[in-house]
Design a protein around this ligand. Structure first.
Ligand code: MNH
Length: 459
């Protein structure tokens, strides 16, 4: 027999929304899991949401025969900009399949390997900046990693230079995107009556959408008018056909997907690199081990693609950072039929909204042991990662709707982080800094400031 899914007390009209901390809802989800256990339900402004936080239940709802991604909450708001682009399309929308089949090869490891020198061009801009500023400068790593991530996607995917390293403030486009994503998240948690009267906020939201759309449309139409002899992702989208239906992508769909790459690929990657810096600075022994490996493999020559395999400790640090800090900390799914999970314990109705708290699941002691809260890359080494139970490590989601940019992100983060460790001694600006989180659609460390001292030999 099934048992009721626990629910915190509700407040009339707004249900459980008040249970969620406004700035960092993630903290509330994690706390609710500690209070109510591996599964609980919330009334989100009249919509029921079931939240799953353990590995066992995550593994069950990761069965694509029974459960399917549902675009809800903040992600549904992102549709205001990118409609049925890859990330925000509902599974039944045909444009998802067309773009997915057409783009999968273009995001594969071989294609991404071909982007190595363009990524290096962008990565070098960060290295040169840090070297020229020198050890006294207080660096906001999150800002500079955002520059790297956005510029790399724009340059690699559509041969467009955002040139974020050449402006004191972030470029207008970046600011518009940051504000748009934060507001999309906020909207999902805001009662409709309140939303209706926030005219200034809505006008700003619409203006940000226009700023981004204008740039994307301009890039697409310029390319159509002046083709270049280069096979970037924009070229693939303009000139390939879906192998299944023979259909081309519409111009609107192309713009929406260009913006999708920028959205899906920049905060996640930049947040990941910022978390890596934080964990490395808080774990000096780990930093020493990593530095030793980087020095042995690279010496003072530039990193090549072939080196990534020779840096298993770097890979372990990356995996462990994404375990403790999955920068896309939650995902949504829905049940295709009336069913039960937890060995018949919990009844789930067809169409039920289910959120998977990857953040909590990545700390499940049943998988990670009693030291789950500790940053320990050794747990990802020597075949231990490969031996994990299925779906225990899900920072890139899973299945058909898993991250298409995974190889891209992996290569970029390897390149940037190996180069930084090779070339700089890093230090916290405030040695007593402890992790605080900023949450929009993704999470990143808040208020982290560092110094970067070039090592002998120079950049
Ligand atoms: Mn990415 C989907 C995490 C980098 C483009 N990405 C997802 C999902 C997660 C995710 C989780 C699944 C979301 C869901 O189930 O609703 N992504 C990441 C992380 C990084 C990342 C942690 C970096 C670290 N992603 C990138 C990069 C790009 C990108 C870089 C593009 C250049 N991601 C996507 C796209 C999707 C996606 C596009 C949607 C894929 C689909 O649904 O078909």
């Amino acid at each position: 027999m099934s048992v009721p899914i626990p629910q915190p007390p509700t407040i009339p009209f707004i249900g459980n929304v008040a249970s969620l901390e406004r700035d960092v809802p993630l903290r509330s989800f994690d706390l609710l899991a500690k209070t109510y256990g591996e599964i609980y339900q919330l009334d989100m402004l009249g919509n029921n949401l079931i939240v799953v936080s353990s590995h066992a239940l995550t593994n069950e709802v990761s069965d694509e025969a029974r459960f399917q991604k549902r675009v809800t909450g903040g992600l549904a708001q992102v549709r205001n900009l990118v409609g049925d682009g890859l990330f925000t399309a509902q599974p039944e929308e045909p444009n998802w399949g067309i773009a997915h089949r057409l783009l999968m090869p273009a995001f594969g490891t071989i294609a991404v390997k071909g982007m190595m020198e363009e990524m290096r061009d962008i990565s070098n801009q960060l290295l040169l900046k840090w070297e020229r500023f020198g050890p006294e400068k207080v660096i906001d790593p999150s800002e500079d990693f955002t520059r790297v991530a956005l510029d790399a996607i724009a340059y690699c995917s559509m041969s467009y230079r955002l040139n974020s390293f050449y402006t004191e403030q972030q470029p207008e486009f970046t600011i518009a995107m940051g504000d748009f994503l934060a507001e999309s998240g906020a909207r999902a948690r805001r009662p409709r009556v309140l939303q209706a009267v926030m005219l200034g906020t809505s006008a700003k939201y619409e203006a940000d959408i226009k700023t981004m759309r204008d740039l994307a449309e301009q890039i697409v139409s310029t390319r159509k008018a002046h083709p270049i002899p280069k096979h970037d992702l924009l070229d693939t989208m303009l000139n390939s056909r879906d192998p299944k239906t023979g259909q081309a992508m519409s111009e609107e769909s192309i713009s929406q997907n260009l913006l999708t790459f920028l959205i899906a690929g920049h905060e996640t990657s930049s947040g990941m690199m910022t978390f890596m810096v934080y964990y490395l600075l808080k774990n000096p022994e780990t930093m020493r081990t990593l530095r030793a490996q980087v020095d042995t493999v690279l010496g003072d020559r530039p990193i090549h693609y072939e080196d990534f395999d020779k840096l298993p400790y770097l890979i372990a640090v990356m995996r462990e950072a994404l375990r403790l800090a999955p920068t896309a900390p939650m995902r949504s799914t829905t049940s295709l039929e009336d069913t039960t999970i937890g060995g018949g314990k919990y009844a789930i109705k067809k169409g039920a909204g289910i959120a998977i708290s990857v953040w909590s699941m990545h700390r499940d002691p049943a998988v990670w042991g009693e030291d789950a809260e500790e940053f320990r890359p050794e747990r990802m080494l020597d075949g231990k990662f490969e031996a994990l139970p299925p779906n225990a490590w899900q920072p890139f989601g899973f299945g058909a709707r898993g991250c298409i940019g995974r190889a891209f992100a992996w290569q970029e983060v390897c390149l940037v982080m190996a180069s930084i460790i090779q070339k700089f001694d890093l230090a916290l600006d405030d040695p007593s800094y402890t992790l605080q989180i900023k949450q929009t659609l993704t999470v990143k460390p808040k208020g982290l400031r560092i110094h970067a001292t070039p090592r002998a030999g120079g950049v």
